[in-house]
Design a protein around this ligand. Structure first.
Ligand SMILES: NC(=O)C1=CN([C@@H]2O[C@H](COP(=O)(O)OP(=O)(O)OC[C@H]3O[C@@H](n4cnc5c(N)ncnc54)[C@H](OP(=O)(O)O)[C@@H]3O)[C@@H](O)[C@H]2O)C=CC1
Ligand SMILES: CC(=O)N[C@@H](CCC(=O)OP(=O)(O)O)C(=O)O
Length: 314
């Protein structure tokens, strides 16, 4: 039987990417609302309660509002916003993050899709904390750069439309200077960390793509893990995954923000210097791929009991 999917926010940046991945699928049908009704509460209530699975591609407040409109207990929800990523009763939609995560997702009715930056950070850090290679109370930092589609329609306009209210011609800018970025709580919670990491994000004049880097002073840790131990722990954590891959570190020429653009892959690297006891852990993904729409479709497939990789871009 075909699974009925409703996308709320279907004409936004993430919604359009999800629709593209679901096109031509015979195992599910996709409903969206016409333009005149897409913000109409009654039309949304009917569509939300009539679906098997809904995907919310909305700002946080509108996502909370959508969840409140759902009365049918059989409806499963995948929320792409930040609203429920550390909320009680929600399962974090990063299938590869913990050994039992996929199984938990297959039985969940409320799934929070991870943030794009946390996807890179957690992929690098969580297995190492779990294995005791990084102490849970280590003062972690991460530097990251995103394509401008990460800011949705308004940031796309700012970079592409000189008439937009916040138009910019910058090539690269840093932000999050108050150290209170909305992604930090999920990084701490799902990383199993005692303290929030320092998160230094930047946005660059490229539509899509993301690099997340975690620098580590290994020699200062009591565990003093070697680069090989770190590499092997990550390789073991993602063994068999077609989306998350620990890459060889002998070819630095491929380390670009664009290398996973328009795919749902997540490429991980462990670089460093054994002699100085320093490491640079690097994750490269598409903010709209594994960072948003790719993860949402993967979660949809798992929640619906379908082929997990159907519609995904490898
Ligand atoms: N862009 C990215 O890389 C990522 C985005 N996300 C998250 O996904 C969600 C969507 O982001 P994104 O697609 O980038 O944002 P966009 O701004 O591109 O799209 C949001 C869409 O939601 C619509 N909308 C707003 N309020 C309502 C409402 N009350 N009822 C119905 N529709 C509404 C908007 O309508 P209108 O077109 O009229 O403005 C717009 O089409 C956000 O929570 C974001 O944080 C998560 C990971 C990465
Ligand atoms: C470049 C840029 O501005 N990126 C956004 C994050 C992307 C996003 O939409 O955040 P969610 O993953 O939580 O939905 C930001 O830093 O706020």
């Amino acid at each position: 039987m075909s699974v009925k999917v409703f996308i709320d926010g279907a004409v936004g940046t993430t919604g359009l990417e999800i629709r593209e991945r679901l096109e031509g699928r015979g195992d599910l049908s996709v409903a969206t609302l016409p333009d005149a009704l897409r913000k109409d509460a009654n039309a949304r209530r009917d569509a939300l309660n009539g679906a098997d699975i809904v995907i919310l591609c909305l700002p946080d407040d509108a996502a909370r509002e959508a969840v409140a409109l759902i009365e049918n207990p059989a409806v499963k929800v995948i929320d792409a916003s930040t609203a429920h990523r550390v909320a009680t009763g929600w399962t974090y939609g990063f299938a590869e993050l913990e050994p039992d995560q996929r199984q938990r997702l297959s039985g969940a009715t409320r799934i929070s899709n991870p943030g794009c930056y946390p996807t890179g950070f957690l992929a690098l850090v969580r297995p190492l904390v779990r294995e005791g290679l990084i102490p849970a109370d280590w003062p972690l930092t991460l530097n990251a750069t995103s394509g401008y589609s990460g800011g949705g329609k308004s940031m796309i306009a700012a970079f592409e439309d000189a008439e937009a209210p916040d138009a910019t011609d910058t090539a690269f800018r840093i932000y999050g200077l108050d150290l209170a970025h909305k992604h930090v709580p999920e990084m701490q919670t799902h990383g199993g960390l005692s303290h929030p990491p320092i998160f230094a994000p930047a946005v660059v004049r490229t539509y899509r793509g993301m690099i997340v880097e975690v620098p580590l002073q290994l020699r200062a840790m009591a565990s003093a893990p070697s680069l090989t131990q770190i590499h092997d722990a990550l390789a073991a954590a993602y063994d068999g995954s077609k989306l998350v891959t620990v890459k060889a570190t002998d070819d630095t020429s491929l380390l670009t923000l664009e290398q996973t653009a328009d795919t749902d892959r997540l490429d991980l690297y462990v670089y460093g210097n054994e002699a100085t006891g320093q490491a640079r852990l690097i994750a490269i993904l598409d903010n709209l791929g594994k960072g948003a729409a790719g993860a949402a479709v993967q979660n949809l497939n798992i929640a619906a009991g379908l082929d997990e990789l159907a519609g995904l871009k490898l």
